[in-house]
Design a protein around this ligand. Structure first.
Ligand code: PDD
Length: 285
C-alpha cells in the first residue's frame, strides 16, 4: 500500500509529495511541528498537542494556516488514508515559500503544511520497553528557546547519532550548571530510593512534553509523589530508576547511563506501572 501525505491542500502519494526548494523550513528550519501517537486509529491527547502547536506558532509569529479544527480533520484523514491503527501522525508548519532572505518575507506568504502518518511496530516497542534503553549524556548545545517545538533539530540529530554510535538509544543533555535538561527527543525522569518521581520543571530549558503533562496526572491519580526539580547525571546514576517520555514511545525505562547500570540494571517497577496506566488517563480523539 502506498503512503499518502497531505501537502498544502492536497493528498498525495508520498513519492510525489514535494515542497518548494525555497520553503523556509527547508532553507532556515523556520517552522514548527507536532507528533501525536495514534492508538486504535485515534489521536492521543490531540487537544493538548494543538494547544502547544498554537503556542509555538505564536512565539515564532507564523500565521495559523487554517483553523485548528480543520487541521484536526486533515490529520485524522491522513491517519485514515494510511490505515494507521498504531503509530504516529506528524504535522509540520513552516513560514512558507519566499526568495531566500533571512528576515521574514516582506509580503506575507501562506505557511506550508505537511502531514504524514506511519504505523509503528507495537510488539517491537513493547520489547524495547521490556528491555529498557541505554542513554549517554552530552553537553547542552541547543538554543535557549527549546520550549518552542521548532524543526530546527540539528543538535538533537547529532546527539542522537552519538548515542547510536555508542550503543545507546537516547542522549541526555547536561547544562553548564551540571543538571540534566532533557533527552534529544524525550523528557528525562528519575525515581528516588523512596519512590519519589523527579523531573525538572518545564518553565525553561526543556520542551513542555505532552506525555510529561499527562503522566503527572497519572501520578496524582495513583498517589505517586512527584518532585519538580533538576537532577544531575550523578544522582541519576545512583537513582532507583530512570525513564524517558515522549509521544512516540510514552514511557521507556532507562537501564544504563553512560555505561553505568541504573538500579539493578533492569526496568524499574514505577516506570513499568506508569507505562501500563498511561492510556487510561489520555484523551482519544
Ligand atoms: N519529540 N523533548 C524533546 C526535545 C522532544 O523532541 C520531545 C518529543 C519531547 C517529549 O514531548 P512529547 O511528550 O510532547 O512528545 C521532549 C517528538 C516525539 C519527536 O521529535 O519525534
Amino acid at each position: 500500500m502506498s503512503r499518502i501525505a497531505y501537502v498544502n491542500g492536497q493528498y498525495r502519494d508520498l513519492r510525489d509529495a514535494n515542497v518548494n526548494v525555497e520553503d523556509r523550513g527547508y532553507q532556515f528550519a523556520d517552522g514548527v511541528y507536532e507528533v501525536c501517537e495514534v492508538r486504535g486509529g485515534r489521536l492521543v491527547d490531540f487537544p493538548r498537542h494543538m494547544a502547544r502547536l498554537q503556542r509555538s506558532l505564536r512565539e515564532l509569529r507564523i500565521a495559523e494556516p487554517m483553523p485548528l479544527s480543520a487541521l484536526g480533520i486533515v490529520m485524522h484523514e491522513v491517519v485514515r488514508r494510511n490505515r494507521v491503527t498504531y503509530g504516529l501522525v506528524y504535522l509540520q508548519i513552516t513560514r512558507g515559500v519566499a526568495r531566500r532572505d533571512h528576515a521574514f518575507p516582506l509580503n506575507p506568504v501562506k505557511p506550508s503544511v505537511v502531514i504524514t502518518a506511519r504505523a509503528l511496530n507495537y510488539a517491537k516497542n513493547q520489547q524495547t520497553a521490556a528491555s529498557g534503553i541505554k542513554v549517554i549524556t552530552v553537553p547542552e548545545n541547543r538554543w535557549p528557546r527549546v520550549d518552542i517545538k521548532s524543526v530546527s533539530l540539528l543538535p538533537n540529530v547529532l546527539a542522537k547519532q552519538e548515542a547510536r554510535e555508542k550503543g545507546a538509544y537516547e542522549a541526555w543533555y547536561v547544562g553548564t550548571d551540571g543538571f540534566v535538561t532533557e533527552g534529544a527527543s524525550s523528557n528525562a525522569w528519575i525515581v528516588t530510593g523512596d519512590g519519589r518521581v523527579v523531573t525538572r520543571s518545564a518553565d525553561h530549558g526543556i520542551l513542555a512534553g505532552i506525555t510529561r503533562a499527562v503522566l503527572m496526572e497519572v501520578m496524582a491519580a495513583l498517589q505517586i509523589k512527584l518532585e519538580e526539580r533538576p537532577f544531575t547525571p550523578a544522582e541519576a546514576k545512583q537513582a532507583a530508576e530512570a525513564f524517558v517520555t515522549s509521544a512516540s514511545q510514552i514511557v521507556i525505562p532507562v537501564v544504563a547511563i553512560d555505561g553505568q547500570a541504573v538500579g539493578n540494571g533492569q526496568p524499574g517497577g514505577v516506570a513499568k506501572r506508569l507505562r501500563e496506566e498511561f492510556h487510561r488517563f489520555s484523551a482519544f480523539s
